[in-house]
Ligand binder design. Structure first.
Ligand code: SIN
Length: 479
């Protein structure tokens, strides 16, 4: 890997300000060609325990820093992220596969959370409430929850760390991060920059390891760790939630999605097609908020499908490091197996493949268009997490809403149309945490990101994001 700043390529866990090596290692591979990029230290339960103890010790110091001191260190971290943008994007694309342009976007997206929460650190306001008796006064303050465990996914290996860690550190918490074993290098590069930014030892810890179950279990059961923030599958989210019950931890979960993308008969079809392509094929379809079920009114169905097929056919698939590439490889062979099974099931149930449908080579899957899809297919029920666009027909607004809500998930939903009354009706009827109206670009630091139902709870980003890392304390005064 060609990097200007070679110090960013770290291969050891970062615990209590030290890069800890172990003889046990695991390989990190490039999903485009399966080349081994690095052998990374394989740590587990014991080192997680060590990291939590270090973070608990550091909490005593970090939480007592003035908000402006923490804010300044966060600003340094952001500055370093942007100064090292090209290297961070190269590391990200090499271990994760997404096109370089998307990787650059992800680094900037991550840095925007650090900028936002560096400012929010200065605004952790309390309250004064009228007393309940003549001689009583009530004040409210907000305090950092303590040590935070951040368990982050492979699909956004950099931004999901910044999105969790920035508000945690701004609030005065310290962190132990468990990055996905598929993409630990982005996390370690961020740790290197955190150290350069001036974060004291133990404030920012990263434990790398393949035994995610043991690391997760230690985080959830250790009473010194007070908060778990997880982004990943609903299956794992449920395990972490139940494991956190014993010590009653504060938990936030950003889990799976099954996003509907509704196109009403009065929609701007060209605009909807553009948005559908960007939402469906971002990161080769491997994001929690990717369009999953495209519901199109029968009167515009054929013209929508025709336009969508042209755009899908034109997508350039290849190595993320190639500047021409728009859709990179899928993360691993398990992901390929999963999308292949979904397609097989759809074909058996009567759907047709109008574009793509094949594995090109290794982990490169053709952007695919499935038509005549129905709600009985696995494609409708499961999170696709791959480059497959499946189109369904509907006739009435009520039917579209029912189809959209017919899932256990509730993360993101999108719809296109122009009648403002319908826009309000549909926005309110959709059982989702986030709704894109005539847009699929919903990810921004300024808005609360999160879901309902089995997509989880808690919000990341925005003015609400800090609350996840703060406890409210009320003080009653006798005066
Ligand atoms: C995710 O897929 O979990 C995050 C996507 C985003 O923040 O846009």
């Amino acid at each position: 890997m060609k990097l200007k700043n070679k110090a960013l390529l770290k291969k050891n866990s970062y615990i209590h300000g030290k890069w800890l090596h172990s003889k046990k290692e695991f390989p990190v591979t490039n999903p485009y060609n399966s080349d081994i990029i690095a052998q990374v230290t394989n740590h587990g339960k014991e080192e997680t325990n060590q990291a939590i103890a270090a973070a608990a010790e550091a909490f005593k110091i970090w939480s007592k820093f003035s908000a402006s001191k923490r804010s300044k260190i966060l600003k340094n971290w952001r500055k370093l992220q942007l100064e090292n943008l090209e290297d961070l994007a190269t590391i990200l694309t090499t271990e994760q596969g997404k096109p370089l342009a998307e990787a650059r976007g992800e680094i900037k997206y991550g840095a925007s959370f650090v900028e936002w929460f560096a400012a929010e650190a200065l605004r952790v306001y309390g309250d004064v409430i009228p007393g309940h008796m003549a001689n009583k006064r009530i004040t409210v303050i907000k305090q950092a929850v303590g040590v935070v465990g951040a368990i982050t996914p492979w699909n956004f290996p950099s931004a999901m760390i910044s999105r969790k860690v920035a508000p945690a550190l701004a609030a005065g918490c310290t962190v132990v991060i468990k990055p996905s074993e598929l993409t630990p290098l982005s996390a370690l590069a961020l740790a290197q920059l955190a150290e350069e930014a001036g974060m004291p030892s133990g404030v920012f810890n990263v434990v790398c390891g393949t035994d995610a179950a043991a690391i997760g279990q230690e985080m959830c059961s250790n009473p010194e760790l007070r908060k778990i923030s997880f982004t990943g599958s609903t299956r794992v989210g449920k395990i972490l939630l139940s494991q956190s019950a014993d010590t009653i931890k504060k938990v936030s979960l950003e889990l799976g999605g099954n996003a509907p993308f509704i196109v009403f008969d009065d929609a701007d079809v060209d605009k909807a097609v553009e948005a559908c392509i960007s939402s469906k094929f971002r990161n080769a379809g491997q994001t929690c908020i990717c369009t999953n079920r495209i519901l199109v009114h029968k009167s515009i169905h054929d013209s929508f499908v025709e336009k969508l097929a042209i755009k899908i056919k034109a997508l350039k698939v290849g190595s993320g490091l190639d500047v021409e590439t728009e859709v990179g490889p899928m993360i691993n062979t398990a992901a390929i197996k999963s999308v292949s099974a979904l397609l097989e099931n759809a074909i058996q149930e009567g759907a047709n493949i109008s574009e793509g449908g094949h594995l090109i080579k290794d982990q490169l899957f053709e952007p695919t268009l499935v038509v005549n899809a129905t709600k009985d297919m696995d494609l409708f029920k499961k999170e696709i997490f791959g480059p497959i666009a499946a189109v369904y027909k509907f006739e009435t607004e009520q039917e579209a809403i029912e189809l959209a809500n017919d899932t256990k998930y509730g993360l993101a939903a999108y719809f296109f149309g122009s009648d403002y009354r319908r826009i309000w009706r549909v926005s309110e009827a959709l059982e989702y945490g986030m709704v894109g109206i005539n847009t699929a670009m919903i990810s921004t630091t300024l808005a609360p990101f999160g879901g309902v139902k089995e997509s989880g709870f808690g919000r990341e980003g925005s003015k609400y994001g800090m609350d996840e890392y703060l406890n409210i304390k009320y003080m009653a005064w006798d005066v």
